[in-house]
Design a protein around this ligand. Sequence first.
Ligand SMILES: Cc1cc2nc3c(=O)[nH]c(=O)nc-3n(C[C@H](O)[C@H](O)[C@H](O)COP(=O)(O)OP(=O)(O)OC[C@H]3O[C@@H](n4cnc5c(N)ncnc54)[C@H](O)[C@@H]3O)c2cc1C
Length: 314
Amino acid sequence: MAKKLVIVGSGPSGLTAAIYAARADLQPLVIEGFMKGGQPGGQLMTTTEVENFPGFPEGVDGPELISRMKKQAERFGTEFIMEDIESVDFASRPFTLKTGSRTVTAHSVIVSTGASAQILDLPSVKKFWGKGISACATCDGALPIFRNQIIAVIGGGDSAIEEAIFLTRFASKVLLIHRRNEFRASKAMQKRVFDNPKIQIIFDSVLEEVYGGQFTEGVKLKNVKSGEISDYPCKGLFMAIGHTPNTGFLGGALDLDQKGYIKVKAPSSATNIDGVFACGDVTDPHYRQAISAAGTGCVAALDAERWLHTNDLG
Ligand SMILES: Cc1cc2nc3c(=O)[nH]c(=O)nc-3n(C[C@H](O)[C@H](O)[C@H](O)COP(=O)(O)OP(=O)(O)OC[C@H]3O[C@@H](n4cnc5c(N)ncnc54)[C@H](O)[C@@H]3O)c2cc1C
């Protein structure tokens, strides 16, 4: 029998959608994800300290916050399956979603599969991930370990420049490292870094290694023109080299923007397919925060509930 609502993804957006949908008696099924696009629970499972989610004045560990959201969704009757969706058919109703081992049918679907930060594939980056290395300045820049310290940012686009400027509020100095000898960012953004005395720009350089003890203590950079290796002590390293929205499994079933994010008819969560909704980072190249993802998860559940009701399916 077709489910009333299937939610794909179990980060803050999918779990918030599940809480709302379960309380509205839609008995949602959440396909949590497994290996694709991160992990069950989403991006917050990779972070220790979340200081900006409302309701936790002392901060909360990412996995603890997710575990609480999941319990809240379970309390109202949400079902969970820890698998990845590999393909979908949204061309006819009920909609069909396939994992490696089963086929699920649903009258409505919420896609909340997030976006994965691109990370340089170096053993030392893996070693110091979460120990001074992050992919989100808004999330982690204000943490005490980075205050009044030298912080490095890697990237050359608008978001790298935004992150570097943001980090100057806390850091004693920001090293902005880019592999080319000019930025891709807009001229107006570039002017803001060139004019900022706290930012040191290091062009033509790539990350060779991160080093340290318990936490990051510095980076070794290779000049791509001379091959010379230079050592830059720093207590933090922020990767700002882009995000990949987890939309590959859709196989063209939904309209995407140029970067692969799902297009929604804002302020709603409606996609181009009637009955399919999307929320969270998979729709959002700008804000990428747990609370904004959770907010749109609420919107998607309310939209799905109204759509099911209007179509006599819920
Ligand atoms: C290191 C780090 C620290 C952060 N710290 C903070 C912070 O302090 N505060 C803050 O507000 N934000 C923080 N963020 C950002 C925040 O984690 C994201 O904005 C938020 O998790 C987005 O939620 P989401 O539900 O849209 O997607 P995600 O959390 O990315 O969840 C996506 C879900 O989709 C699943 N999925 C993907 N593909 C498939 C598939 N094919 N089939 C089934 N499931 C699939 C994944 O398994 C996962 O469950 C941080 C991010 C990172 C990486």
